[in-house]
Design a protein around this ligand. Structure first.
Ligand code: PLP
Length: 452
């Protein structure tokens, strides 16, 4: 542990409660309970200040795709810190890692992406999206095209613009929503699709809600549609295969820009480099963060497709937007090492051909459990929908907080699994062995039994 002091768990908790306001946390109740202090990570495991070993089923926060302790990434950061820890890209300067990373991103992303705009996080990336799509339509002489359509229960970050793009009512309630952001319903079959004839028919129906909304607003006022290929923080909501191609067709029909938020799905999580490749659509813009550095250091950004780049680069003049840490050289050096590791080790192909199918098979077996109403997986992400009554697929009264109970059992038994309402989700590192998948499934079984 690299800290200035060595302390007992109680001492850490007391200092934490006195000074540290955690994100998305009820400060007072955490202070009363005491936080868990994570002190070390190796491969797919973490250790806490009590020495307990924990299987990290969430890759930190959907980001540690290559696992903890990868020497290539550590060496890249160390070397770059010694060579040039910081220089900016504002005033007609830049650094070699930022240039090389733009080149490598153009290589690993779909062919329409030849340009990148760097930010420090996914939220900053999505703030960039808001300004960029509105600027695009301004330059084209259609400044009235301002509305961005997103989906309920989406997560696009927690800055004011990111939180507004997202569809989380709790975030909207604290600070409001910026103007000209509109939400449609998410493609969540378990909740909204049971009246539909089939999963695939439901995908077309859910996509038609976008067509209806664009028509209602007027296509000449709509700038863009944004979505996560698989809604992650919303509960790993895997859409039908019919959904995204139909969304693409509707955006094309109305000339609306299509934005894929790949902050979770990017860099191999779904079994292709990017989620849009898994679901067969061709976005104009893509937000990325998390997996670009496997979370070893903050970095985010926007891949800018040629449709937008040709307007902004050729006709846009100065783009009045940027962050001190856009293209941070240490972050870019770590991203380069991370992407090269993923390429060299065939991580994406392994998720597609071996790990993802194995996770799907083992998750399907969880359907036998009396608490489970459905399971869904996509690559290395999975969801278990908890139900009160399996036959009628009736969900629990939300006040029972059954997901939080289950999450508590997981945490106590050495597994990090997240609860989104009564949907339990995982997104483990992409470098697991099959035996480690079995270990995780065994722990999930135990925790479901304890929750019964
Ligand atoms: N977009 C998606 C899809 C995310 O899941 C997240 C974070 O979880 C974000 C954006 C925001 O990223 P950050 O927390 O790095 O600002």
């Amino acid at each position: 542990m690299t800290t200035t002091t060595q302390r007992s768990t109680r001492e850490w908790q007391a200092a934490d409660a006195a000074h540290y306001l955690h994100p998305f946390t009820d400060f007072k109740s955490l202070a009363a309970k005491g936080t868990r202090v994570i002190t070390r990570g190796d491969n797919i495991y973490l250790w806490d200040s009590e020495g307990q070993k924990i299987l990290d089923g969430m890759s930190g926060l959907w980001c540690v795709n290559v696992g903890y302790g990868q020497q290539d990434l550590i060496d890249a950061a160390t070397t770059q810190l010694k060579t040039l820890p910081f220089y900016n890209s504002f005033f007609q300067t830049t650094t070699p890692p930022a240039i090389e990373l733009s080149e490598l991103l153009a290589e690993v992303t779909p062919p329409q992406f030849q340009h990148v705009f760097f930010a420090g996080s996914g939220s900053e990336g999505n703030d960039t999206i808001v300004r960029m799509v509105r600027r695009y339509w301004d330059v084209l002489g259609q400044p009235q095209r301002k509305v961005i359509i997103s989906r309920n229960n989406a997560y696009h970050g927690s800055t004011l613009a990111g939180g507004s793009l997202g569809g989380m009512s709790g975030i909207h309630a604290q600070g409001g929503v910026i103007p000209d952001i509109v939400h449609i319903e998410q493609p969540f079959f378990f909740e909204h699709g049971r009246q539909s004839r089939s999963f695939e028919d439901f995908g077309l129906e859910a996509a038609s809600w976008l067509d209806r909304k664009i028509t209602e607003i007027g296509a000449d006022k709509v700038a863009a549609f944004i979505g996560e290929p698989v809604q992650g923080a919303g509960g790993v909501i895997v859409p039908p295969a019919s959904y995204w191609p139909e969304i693409q067709r509707i955006c094309d029909k109305h000339g609306v820009l299509l934005v894929s938020d790949e902050v979770i799905c990017g860099f191999g999580r779904t079994g292709q480099w990017f989620g849009c490749e898994t679901f067969g659509f061709r976005p104009d813009l893509m937000t990325f963060a998390k997996g670009v550095t496997s979370g070893y250091i903050p970095l985010g950004g926007v891949m800018v497709g040629e449709r937008v780049a040709r307007v902004l680069v050729d006709q846009g003049g100065e783009f009045n937007h940027g962050y001190t840490y856009s293209g941070h050289p240490v972050a870019c050096a770590v991203a380069l090492a991370n992407i090269r590791f993923i390429q060299r080790e065939g991580v994406v192909e392994r998720v597609r051909n071996e790990l993802g199918p194995y996770l799907a098979k083992r998750f399907a077996e969880l359907n036998e459990h009396p608490l489970v109403g459905e399971t869904q997986t996509c690559g290395m992400m999975g969801a278990v929908q908890l139900v009160k009554d399996k036959a009628s697929r009736t969900v629990f009264d939300s006040s029972l907080e059954v997901g939080m109970v289950c999450r508590g059992h997981c945490f106590g038994n050495g597994l990090i699994m997240r609860a989104v309402g009564d949907r339990m989700i995982v997104a483990p590192p992409l470098v697991m062995t099959l035996a480690q998948v079995d270990e995780m499934i065994g722990l999930i079984h135990q925790c479901l039994d304890l929750t019964l």
